[in-house]
Structures are given as C-alpha cells and as structure tokens.
Design a protein around this ligand. Structure first.
Ligand code: NAP
Length: 302
C-alpha cells in the first residue's frame, strides 16, 4: 500500500471538538441545548448500531438526544403523527428517521413529513432543492463528509475530474451535485449500472467516490496513479475469525487501489465517522449555533 490513508476518525474527532465548542457556547450564551430526536422502527441490527453510535456522539458533543423506538409493525400514519409531534416540540432541533424503514412504510412520505428546519439529514426535497441552487441549507451528511475528506487528503478540488460511482438519493446524486457546485468546481461524471465501461471513466479521474454497495466495484487497474479514492461502501463479509462472525469491507479493493491511489479512505474509519460528525454539525446549526475552535477535546467540555 503506497497510498496515504485519509483518517476519517482523526478528522471527525477534530471537527467534533469544534462542534462541542459551539454547543458549549450556545448553552452559555443562550441557554439552548441542541436536541436530536432519533426514530428507529424495528430491530434491524445494523440500524440499531448506527442509532447507538449517533446517540453516543450526541452525548459526547454535549447535545441531548431522544431515542424513539417503535415496533416493526408501526403504521405509516402512526410514524407520521410522531414526526408531526416532534416538528412542534421546541426542545427538539433535529429529527432523524433511521433508514431503511419496514416495507409497508413509504420512506419518501416519512422524509417529506419532517420540517425542513429540523431536517438534519438533509434529505427533504426543500433542503435538496436548496443545495442544488446553492442556497443555505442542511447538506446531506455523507456527501458533506466526503467533501471534507477530499480536502483532508490535500487535494484542491477545483478544476479536477471527479467520478462518482452510484446515483442514490442519499450519496451518489448529492455528492455529484456538491462536487459540481461553484464552491468545489470539479468536473463530474456519474456512473451507475447503466454505464457500459466504468473503468473508462475512473481511469481519467483525479477523484473517485465509490458508493455502489458492492465489494470489489473499484480495483487498482481502474485508477489513474495518484487519484484520491473515497470509499463509501459498507459491506459485511462473513469471517469466522471475528467475534461477530463478519468483517466490514468497502466497495474498493483496498490492496490493489491502495497500490495505485495517492490517498484512500479506509473502511471502517473513513466515511462512517464523518457521516455522524456532519449530523452533529447540522444539529448544532439547527439549534442556532456554529462550530468554534475548542481547546477541549469533544466529550470533556466542562
Ligand atoms: P444504493 O441506494 O444501493 O445505490 C447504489 C448505487 O450504485 C446505484 O446507483 C447503483 O446503480 C450503483 N451501482 C451498483 N453497482 C454498480 C456497479 N457495479 N457499477 C456501477 N454502479 C453501480 O446504495 P447507497 O445508499 O448509495 O449506499 C452505497 C454504499 O454506501 C452502501 O454500501 C452503503 O452501506 C454505504 N453507505 C455508507 C455510509 C457511511 O456513512 N459510511 C452512508 C451511506 C451509505 P443503479 O442506480 O443503476 O442501480
């Protein structure tokens, strides 16, 4: 492996210290404690662990979190009613509904019900629209974290060719839109399963963001030497040597990509910690605060 490892954990920890500083300032000056409501429907093990990690991160940043666990058989109307209650609750600044939802509930109807002012995931049509036209908004967390990781790699994004593999509403499309915005100024190509020859595009790319949800989607022979690779994928691979019986791998083949890329994010420890960090960032913003440089590490503020 010759590529530099882009340490998402370290970057996340620096940003979380600044977020904690902003939370402390907001409490001291205005008596406001940012509050995040996290709704989990059902018992999907991956969702349970994501929700636990988000709540822990909230507490470490000095924020309040309220977990609302609902059984898998909850009706769509009952979930919408819960969201309407939270929309009207002044102690709650951000609302997050952990996806995926059970099949009988329309994910889009649920997202549409969240007040855009509390949409800290940045998934509502209002926030996505504002992002597209460059207005102030809650940026979707994973794409926002990806931009920060590319900057962390020391890559000047402006003028570069970025290839995004994947076009989902939560990763591929918004990260492509952010990279193409004037603030980033990249030239962007989006690949998906309808792209006949993905490697033709990735070999021309200075930046490759792979968000396909399939291990081995990106291999070293598909890269231009020195490219920055952001591996968004989180895939469970059976591994009897691990206590949980599986290990996590990304969408990029770490060994072959690491031998050609200039910098690459690890899985785990790359995009994941940044996604949660940008959720905290948005929750602080929703409460009316902003990051401040803090000398005190996150979780240890007075
Ligand atoms: P998704 O909704 O399943 O979308 C996957 C996209 O990849 C689709 O657009 C699909 O194309 C495309 N694709 C799949 N295989 C491909 C291939 N071989 N070549 C080209 N394109 C291909 O997934 P997602 O929600 O965007 O998530 C992607 C991955 O990121 C998952 O592993 C997910 O767990 C992970 N993720 C991680 C974080 C984090 O914080 N670390 C956050 C979000 C997601 P079509 O549109 O043509 O089907």
């Amino acid at each position: 492996m010759s590529a530099k490892i882009i340490d998402g954990k370290a970057l996340a920890s620096r940003l979380r210290a600044e977020i904690a500083g902003g939370v402390a300032k907001l409490k001291a000056e205005k008596g406001i404690v940012p509050g995040l409501a996290v709704i989990l429907v059902g018992e999907n093990p991956a969702s349970v662990s994501y929700v636990t990690a988000k709540e822990k991160a909230c507490a470490e940043a000095g924020m309040a979190s309220r977990e609302i666990r609902l059984p898998a058989e909850t009706t769509e109307e009952a979930l919408l009613e819960e969201i309407r209650r939270l929309n009207a609750d002044d102690s709650i600044h951000g609302i997050l509904v952990q996806l995926p939802l059970p099949r009988h509930i329309s994910g889009q109807a649920v997202i549409d019900a969240i007040s855009p002012a509390k949409d800290v995931d940045g998934f509502t049509p209002v926030n996505i629209g504002r992002m597209m036209i460059g207005e102030d908004c809650f940026l979707p967390c994973t794409p926002h974290g990806i931009i920060k990781l590319i900057e962390e790699a020391g890559m000047e994004i402006a003028g570069k060719h970025a290839v995004v593999i994947g076009r989902s509403n939560i990763v591929g499309k918004p990260v492509a839109a952010l990279l193409a915005r004037r603030e980033c100024n990249a030239t962007v190509t989006v690949c998906h399963t309808g792209t006949p020859d993905v490697a033709k595009w990735t070999r021309q790319a200075d930046i490759v963001v792979v968000a396909a949800g399939r291990p081995g989607t990106l291999t070293g022979d598909m890269l231009k030497p020195g490219a920055v690779v952001i591996d968004v994928g989180v895939n469970r691979i059976a591994d009897a040597t691990k206590p949980r019986g599986f290990r996590l791998v990304g969408d990029a083949d770490a060994d072959s990509c690491g031998a050609v890329a200039g910098a690459i994010t690890p899985v785990p420890g790359g995009v994941g910690p940044m996604t949660i960090t940008m959720l905290l960032w948005n929750t602080l913003k929703a409460a009316g605060g902003e990051c401040v440089a803090s000398a005190t590490p996150a979780g240890q503020e007075p």
